[in-house]
Write a protein that binds this ligand. Structure first.
Ligand code: PLP
Length: 388
C-alpha cells in the first residue's frame, strides 16, 4: 500500500538532493572541522557554506547563525540563555499555544521562582497585542512567541510583536520552526533578536537546527565545553546534518514561491471538499493568516484517534495534534486555549502537506474520509444521545 503523507508539520521527507549532499560526510570526509590538518579543514569550509546558505534564506549575516541539535534545543537555549544574561529580571512572557519546547521550559522556570505570563488567544487563535504591550515591563527578561502554530498553522503578526517588544528594550524570541521555507523572512530588517528553526521540518535531516542570534543580543551559552559556534554552543558539530540543513535552505530559498502556491492549492482542495462533504466538520484557526500547508479540522462528536486509525488503514497519515502530545488522551492544549468545545477538540485532525503531495493523493483522501466519518458517527454514543 502506498503511503499518503499528510503529516509534514511532524516531520518531512529528506529531499534526495539533501541526502546526496550529506552522504560523503559519513565515510569519506569524516574529519573534525576543528582539527588543524587539511582533512579536517575542508569540512570547516563546507560548514561555512552551510552557514551562508541558512543566512541567505533568513536574510541575515552568517555570523548570526548558531547550529544546534534542533528546534527544542534552540528554544531552550534562547529562553534560558536570555534569562541568564539578565539575571536581575525575573519575568517571562509567552502564549498558551506554544509548542512544549517553549511551554515546558517556561513552566519549569516558573517553578524556579520566575514570573511567567501566558497569553491566551481568541477563537481564531489570534493574540491581543494591546494586552501584550501593557504586560511588557522593566522586569521582563524575554518575550517568546511562536511565529506560526504547529497545530493550526495560524501565523502571528511577529514583526509587529517584535517591534512592540523592542520598543520596551526587552529580548524577543520566536519559535519559527514551522515557518522556515513557508514564509519568506528578512531578518536584517526585523526586530527579532532570537529565532529557532529545525531542519527536519523543511526536508532536511532530523537532529539539527539553528538558533539565530541577532548581533549584539545578550545571551549566555546553554551548552558549555569547546569553542565551537563562536562560543554559543559547545560540542563537535553534526557535520552531515549541518550540510544537509544548508542544502535544504538553498532549495527552500530557490523554490519557496512556486512550492507554496502548489501546496496551498492542494491544501485548499482537500479542505474545501472535507468541509463540504463531512457533516459537522469545522475549520480551526484563522482562515486567512495561516501557513499554506496546514489545515486543522474538527469532526464534532467523534474521536480524532479513531479517524486516524481508519485513515491509516488506507495508508493516509495525518495527526490529531502535535507529534509530541499525541498518544495522550487530553485534547490539544492549542484548541482548548482557542475555546474549541471539548467534543470538537477531541475530534480534530491536522492535515499538513508538502511539495511531495499530489492531486491524486488529495482526491483519494477526499473519497475515503467522508465514509470514515459517517461510519464513526453511526457508532458515536454522543450522536445517539444528541438525537434523544
Ligand atoms: N517548535 C515547534 C513549533 C515545533 O513544531 C517543533 C516540532 O514539532 C519543535 C519546536 C521541536 O523541534 P525539534 O523536533 O527539532 O526538536
Amino acid at each position: 500500500m502506498k503511503t499518503i503523507y499528510f503529516d509534514n508539520n511532524a516531520t518531512t521527507k529528506v529531499a534526495e538532493e539533501v541526502l546526496e549532499e550529506m552522504q560523503p560526510y559519513f565515510c569519506e570526509l569524516y574529519g573534525n572541522p576543528s582539527s588543524m590538518h587539511a582533512f579536517g579543514g575542508q569540512i570547516g569550509r563546507k560548514i561555512r557554506l552551510a552557514r551562508e546558505q541558512v543566512a541567505e534564506l533568513l536574510g541575515c549575516d552568517p555570523s548570526e547563525i548558531v547550529f544546534t541539535s534542533g528546534g527544542t534545543e534552540s528554544d531552550n537555549a534562547a529562553i534560558k540563555g536570555a534569562l541568564a544574561a539578565v539575571p536581575n529580571k525575573r519575568k517571562l512572557i509567552t502564549t498558551r499555544v506554544e509548542h512544549p519546547a517553549v511551554l515546558a521550559v517556561c513552566r519549569d522556570l516558573e517553578n524556579h521562582g520566575y514570573t511567567m505570563v501566558e497569553f491566551g488567544v481568541d477563537r481564531q487563535g489570534r493574540l491581543d497585542l494591546a494586552e501584550l504591550e501593557a504586560e511588557v515591563d522593566e522586569d521582563t527578561a524575554i518575550v517568546s512567541i511562536m511565529y506560526a502554530n504547529n497545530e493550526t498553522g495560524v501565523v502571528f503578526p511577529i514583526e509587529r510583536i517584535a517591534e512592540i517588544v523592542k520598543a520596551k528594550g526587552v529580548i524577543f524570541h520566536t519559535d519559527a520552526v514551522q515557518v522556515i521555507g513557508k514564509i519568506p523572512l528578512n531578518l536584517s530588517e526585523s526586530n527579532i533578536d532570537l529565532l529557532s528553526l529545525s531542519a527536519h521540518k523543511l526536508h532536511g535531516p532530523k537532529g539539527v537546527g539553528v538558533l539565530y542570534v541577532h548581533k549584539g543580543t545578550r545571551l549566555s551559552p546553554f551548552m558549555l565545553g569547546g569553542h565551537q559556534e563562536g562560543g554559543h554552543r559547545a560540542g563537535t558539530e553534526n557535520v552531515p546534518g549541518i550540510i544537509g540543513l544548508g542544502k535544504a535552505c538553498e532549495l527552500a530559498a530557490k523554490n519557496i514561491k512556486e512550492e507554496n502556491e502548489k501546496v496551498k492549492r492542494l491544501r485548499d482542495r482537500l479542505e474545501t471538499a472535507i468541509l463540504r462533504s463531512c457533516e459537522g466538520a469545522r475549520l480551526n484557526g484563522d482562515k486567512q493568516n495561516r501557513l499554506p500547508n496546514t489545515s486543522n479540522i474538527s469532526f464534532e462528536y467523534i474521536e480524532g484517534e479513531a479517524i486516524l486509525l481508519l485513515l491509516d488503514r488506507y495508508g493516509i497519515c495525518a495527526s490529531s495534534g502535535s507529534a509530541c502530545t499525541s498518544g495522550s488522551l487530553e485534547p490539544s492544549h492549542v484548541l482548548r486555549a482557542m475555546g474549541v468545545p471539548f467534543t470538537a477538540a477531541h475530534g480534530s485532525i491536522r492535515f499538513s502537506l508538502s511539495r511531495y503531495n499530489t492531486e491524486q493523493e488529495v482526491d483519494y483522501t477526499i473519497e475515503k474520509l467522508p465514509q470514515i466519518v459517517n461510519q464513526l458517527r453511526e457508532l458515536s454514543p454522543f450522536v445517539a444521545n444528541k438525537a434523544d
